[in-house]
Every structure is written in C-alpha cells, then in structure tokens.
Design a protein around this ligand. Structure first.
Ligand code: IMP
Length: 178
C-alpha cells in the first residue's frame, strides 16, 4: 500500500521505541504493581503494543477525553467522556498517551487523578511535540520528540481517519479530505 503524507516515524522505529519504554517501565516497577491508564481513543495502539513489552504484572483501565473535536487545534477544553472503572487510591499509575501537544489534556487529567490519591502517577507518551507545551508536563517515558506539525497514524487521527496507519506521518495539505 502506498504511504500517506511524509512519514516521520516508521513502523520499525515505533516498535523499537515501544520496546525501550516497556523495558524502562519493567525495570522501574519490578517491585510494585502498576495500573496502566490508556487515554482513548488515540492511545489504543500504544497501549496494546507497550503493554506487551512490559515484563511485570500490569492492570488496565481506560479514560476517554475529548480535547480536539474534529479540528487540528487544541481547544483547551477537556471533557471526560469515560471515566476509570477502578479506584486508584494507593496505586502506581502510568498514564499512556499517544501525543503531548499543548499539554492541556494531561494537565487536566493529572489534576483530576491526583485528587483520587494514587501512590504515584507517571506518564508514557509515544510522541511529544517540542517547544509548544503551554503547561510543562514531565513525561518520564517518552518515545520521540517531534516538531510541532500535525501528525496522524498509529492511533492519531484527523477527523476520525488514519488511526490504523502503522507509521506516524505528517499530512500534506493536499491529502486532507475537503
Ligand atoms: P494536548 O491537550 O494539546 O496536549 O493534546 C492532546 C490530544 O490532542 C492528544 O491526545 C491527541 O488526541 C490530540 N492531538 C494533539 N496533537 C495531535 C496531532 O498532531 N495529530 C492528531 N491528534 C493530535
């Protein structure tokens, strides 16, 4: 199949990064249970692949938030569409995100989750856009720093499309559906 746009990160590079993050998490949580919290929908592929690279027991939960709607700009307004099913009090939580852009979504989520008194919260993100965080966010497990372009693939969408691409690509304006 023809690739779409200008590929920024290949399938192989993603697999290598996810394996590295899995090894880091396995080492850091060797002595404690970890609850992975995937942020839907974008993180579903990272969650599936990363969790299979973690060698210690993990539990799963998911949250769904809306931040972007159908546009390519962050609104700064975050709405919880689906909350966690588990209590996280006393738990070691690792939030799994696809991408950190402005950081507004994670900032909101961190504030929301800390109120529930977990033992710890760390963040694993496949992609971090460089230099445009409106709020500094510490991403302990980070796949790639990327330029502040709009990207799709490997879970990331544009108007609901392209999440299934196995690579991360920068869409050319000509590729965008009108
Ligand atoms: P933030 O709140 O600006 O950090 O944005 C977080 C969310 O916006 C991510 O979880 C994505 O769902 C979405 N997002 C940010 N940048 C991109 C992008 O380049 N492509 C697709 N979705 C993006």
């Amino acid at each position: 199949m023809e690739t779409l746009g200008t590929v920024l990160i290949t399938e192989e590079q993603i697999a290598d990064a996810v394996a590295r993050l899995g090894a880091e998490i396995s080492a850091d949580y060797a002595d404690s249970d970890v609850l992975l919290v995937g942020i839907l929908k974008g993180a579903f592929l990272t969650m599936a692949d990363l969790s299979r690279q973690i060698q210690v027991p993990v539990e799963f939960d998911f949250m769904a938030v809306s931040s972007y709607g159908d546009a390519t700009k962050s609104s700064g307004v975050v709405r919880i569409l689906k909350d966690l099913e588990q209590e996280i009090s006393g738990r070691h939580v690792v939030i799994v995100e696809d991408i950190v852009d402005t950081g507004l979504t994670l900032h909101y989520l961190l504030e929301n989750l800390w109120v529930r008194k977990p033992a710890s919260i760390e963040i694993a993100a496949l992609l971090v856009k460089e230099g445009i965080q409106e709020i500094p966010i510490e991403v302990k497990y980070r796949g790639f720093n990327i330029p502040p372009d709009f990207v799709v693939g490997y879970g990331l969408d544009y108007t609901g499309l392209y999440r299934n691409l196995p690579y991360v690509t920068v869409l050319d304006p000509d590729d965008l559906p009108s």
